[in-house]
Design a protein around this ligand. Structure first.
Ligand SMILES: *Cc1c(COP(=O)(O)O)cnc(C)c1O
Length: 444
């Protein structure tokens, strides 16, 4: 392979996330990556503040994951999953059943986060078919959510920030209530769930499931909310016979300071259990695409009792052994349990170092949860411009909407993290507000 990057070809022919072919934004060429450093094609090195969108929690080129993948690659890179099984899928599923809440016993191995959400929604609908309530076909969710870019996933993303208007009637109309309001550490007022209750009272006959991201709404605005919301929500789901789908695709595997964000409800002496759980992003440590949708025995039974008699999904690369091997290795690294100390050290350093940003003129809010640090600006930022500034400062941070945020690999050093936070502060302090940005929400 020729190592010099043909930027002109890239610009003319290759789509990047949320970009235009008329006016392609600059892309940086990455030649290699190790631990928390991305090496550009021109030799410059950038400290990574993104974990490649939540995924690369152990850093790049980790020998344990590479070895596991190399071994798997030379043994069985892929085989169809219809009528065939293999050790990597079994081992991974055993691990996932062991670390998630007790109710979640069945595992569907999907190829990406969006597909895991599609699978979850399909499961909910087929479950009610199997329980003789086929009219339960609507999904209820909260505003400011993000669940992926495929059609069903899009239909439960924030209706204003998402792509509903753009695609009109092609996007299924679901039910929305206000986003959770009480902040993570504030005292929860149960009246916040009144709107949800009212919606369920009037529509529960048609509602199959509620889907939401527990504790942290990611691409819909990096909003952290009270875990008690989830406790109240679980009770409402039970009262009104509606399934609870938790989308932990961004939050799973330690990012928020708990292995799964729903475990934050422990503070209130209980763990909220989902009927269906979606995991992705950091599942393989960010080495290769893989996601899972887990469900309870009861959901699996309902689906299997449905007229179809089977769950109607089975992608070509389902259960890909190479991806499962990477995920097993990543989970083994998490099981060594260093992530807890790492994430809590990152959390306190972020708190210390980002706090002063609240005094900058264009800054609206500064917040930290686990290994996530957010500076929210008063208005939408120019992603391309800021991106260049960050690269000039030697860091890789990719703002979107009005958010300058980081979620670095857990293995980041104290010095590297300081470089990230000081770059964030430098950029946030000197920002020149631009109003030329597209207003739709994207994590691109
Ligand atoms: C990223 C994300 C998805 C979509 O995952 P992809 O792998 O990008 O398809 C779904 N839900 C949440 C909460 C996410 O953060």
């Amino acid at each position: 392979m020729n190592n010099s990057i043909d930027f002109e070809f890239d610009k003319q022919h290759i789509w990047h996330p949320y970009t235009s072919m008329n006016n392609a934004l600059p892309a940086f060429g990455v030649a290699s990556a190790k631990e928390c450093l991305l090496t550009l094609d021109d030799g410059r090195q950038l400290i990574d503040g993104t974990s490649s969108w939540w995924a690369c929690v152990h850093g790049y080129s980790h020998p344990t994951i590479i070895q596991a993948m190399q071994h798997q690659l030379s043994t069985l890179s892929h085989v169809m999953f219809g009528g065939i099984t293999h050790q990597p899928a079994i081992e991974l599923s055993k691990k996932l059943v062991a670390i998630t809440s007790p109710k979640l016993t069945k595992v569907f191995l999907a190829d990406s986060g969006s597909i895991a959400v599609e699978v979850a929604l399909k499961m909910a609908l087929q479950y009610w078919q199997g329980r003789n309530q086929p009219q339960k076909q609507r999904i209820l969710t909260v505003k400011s959510g993000y669940h992926g870019d495929t059609f069903a996933a899009m239909s439960v993303c924030d209706p204003e920030g998402g792509m509903h208007t753009m695609f009109g009637d092609s996007v299924t109309q679901h039910e929305f209530v206000s986003a959770p309001q009480t902040k993570f550490d504030q005292t929860f007022d149960t009246s916040e769930l009144d709107e949800m209750r009212a919606k369920l009272e009037s529509k529960h006959h048609t509602i199959a499931a509620i889907i939401l991201e527990p504790v942290l709404q990611g691409a819909g605005g990096m909003r952290f909310y009270s875990p008690e919301y989830l406790i109240g929500l679980r009770k409402l789901c039970d009262e009104f016979n509606v399934l609870l789908i938790l989308d932990e695709i961004a939050t799973g595997f330690g990012r928020t300071g708990k292995l799964f964000a729903y475990e934050h409800t422990q503070r209130h002496d209980q763990i909220v259990e989902a009927d269906i759980l979606c995991l992705g992003k950091a599942l393989t440590g960010g080495y290769i695409s893989l996601a899972v949708t887990m469900c309870s025995d009861e959901v699996a039974k309902g689906i299997s009792d449905s007229p179809a008699g089977v769950f109607m999904h089975g992608p070509t690369f389902m259960g890909n052994p190479l991806a499962c091997a990477a995920a097993c290795a990543s989970l083994d690294l998490l099981a060594e349990n260093e992530w807890q100390a790492q994430v809590s050290a990152i959390e306190s350093q972020l708190n210390d170092e980002l706090a002063e940003a609240i005094h900058f003129p264009e800054v609206k809010d500064v917040r930290v949860l686990g290994a996530i640090g957010v500076i929210e600006m008063n208005s939408t930022v120019n992603t391309a411009e800021l991106q260049q500034q960050f690269v000039d400062l030697g860091v890789w941070i990719r703002p979107f909407s009005n958010l300058i945020y980081i979620m670095p690999p857990y293995v980041i050093s104290k010095e590297q993290l300081s470089q990230l936070t000081s770059a964030m502060k430098t950029v946030a302090k000197n920002i020149i507000v631009s109003d030329h940005q597209a207003s739709f929400i994207s994590h691109g």
